[in-house]
Design a protein around this ligand. Structure first.
Ligand SMILES: [Zn+2]
Length: 368
């Protein structure tokens, strides 16, 4: 594929997310070839073996080019289909057989099959889930073992960052913002600050990290959560009984979760580390089981990693009273207006297992 400045290429993030949605397998019916595997060059072999093909071409001389599409639409994840290298070439050679409608239908069918597999934890997803090492590295892997405070993670591949970023993370460990020195493990529902830089080694097609983690940061009893403004279903504060409605104690927890996930990371000038990447993940994985997994990873960070409040110089985890994140389940496949609802199953200090339906605000950039 010739590279040129006029091509509306997918970004690397879009390519990886397209691969994730396809379960890292070719979307062509009756192919389903694994597009990740052992690679001597780089553990990030996703890009090497699979192809993010355009359903409608990236440039005017390409196959299935649609004149009425904007540049953004051509680069959008919705215009991509994940294929093995062989089928990536075949669909571009035979545009009579592989129309854009046909490719779009293959994609939907394949993603649906992968959803079933992912939800059931079958096939290549057995025991596999997301693991984050600081803010720039996210992998698919499993917890291989713990020994005292040493956690060992086995990585099958990277979905953000690569091995070079891990090495950099280790080398710059002492200069990093203390809040960014963390390990989050979805399959455990837990995350910890790291006591030192991670060690890594290659084991066949896997990469293994060993991390010495700090002790669990102390949480407060949920009944002692401080007073905060209550918000209604349009995310506004409201008046009740002549005053502004407030919540405290356990009633403040849904409010706190809603606020933390609804706020974009970096949005607050006083608290640049507060908020989440939920909107970004929603845009890529709205109708995929990956959305619940990315959301869980964010909630683990908010629940388990202590943050130093620069305003009142105090350390606390953003959700303050949540010990573990047991389960996050998306309730509606499509958003209602600007909201999407999840069921949160959490282990809460002073309460034990706690369940709640909480809507998260996600601004709709493409209203129908
Ligand atoms: Zn194929």
């Amino acid at each position: 594929m010739a590279r040129s400045g006029n091509r509306d290429e997918f970004s690397d993030a879009t390519k990886t997310r397209l691969a994730m949605r396809a379960g890292f397998r070719c979307s062509m019916p009756d192919c389903g070839q694994q597009t990740i595997g052992p690679s001597d060059e780089s553990p990030d072999s996703v890009i090497n073996v699979g192809v993010a093909a355009h359903i409608c071409a990236a440039a005017p001389n390409g196959p299935r080019y649609a004149l009425d599409m904007t540049r953004e639409q051509r680069r959008d994840i919705r215009n991509g289909i994940w294929l093995c290298a062989t089928h990536g070439q075949e669909v571009d050679r035979d545009v009579i057989r592989f129309t854009s409608d046909k490719l779009a239908a293959y994609k939907i069918e394949h993603e649906r099959a992968m959803q079933v597999e992912l939800n059931a934890g079958r096939g290549s997803f057995r025991g596999m889930d997301l693991v984050a090492l600081g803010p720039d590295v996210v992998c698919i892997g499993e917890l291989f073992g713990t020994s005292g405070r040493e956690w060992t993670i086995r990585i099958s591949h990277f979905v953000e960052g690569d091995l070079r970023r891990v090495i950099e993370f280790g080398e710059r460990f002492d200069q990093l913002d203390p809040y960014d020195r963390y390990l989050l493990v979805n399959s455990l529902g837990d995350g910890r600050l790291l006591a030192g830089p991670p060690a890594w080694r290659r084991d066949g097609q896997f990469i293994e990290f060993s991390c010495l983690v700090e002790e669990k940061f102390p949480r407060i009893d949920a009944h002692n959560l401080g007073r905060t403004f209550a918000t209604n279903s349009s995310n506004d504060i409201f008046i009740t009984g002549g005053g502004i409605a407030m919540v405290e104690g356990l009633d403040a927890l849904p409010q706190r979760i809603k606020e933390s996930l609804s706020m974009l990371l970096g949005e607050s000038p006083f608290h640049p580390k507060v908020g989440s990447r939920f909107k970004e993940y929603f845009d890529a994985f709205e109708d995929s089981p990956w959305l619940s997994r990315w959301t869980r990873l964010e909630v683990i960070r908010l629940a388990c990693i202590p943050y130093r409040d620069p305003v009142d110089d105090r350390r606390y985890t953003q959700l303050q009273c949540v010990l573990h994140v047991e389960e996050i389940e998306q309730l509606d496949a499509v958003r209602a207006g600007n909201w999407v609802k999840f069921r949160f199953k959490l282990d809460v200090k002073g309460v034990g297992q706690w369940e709640c339906l909480i809507p998260i605000f996600v601004p709709n950039d493409n209203p129908p």
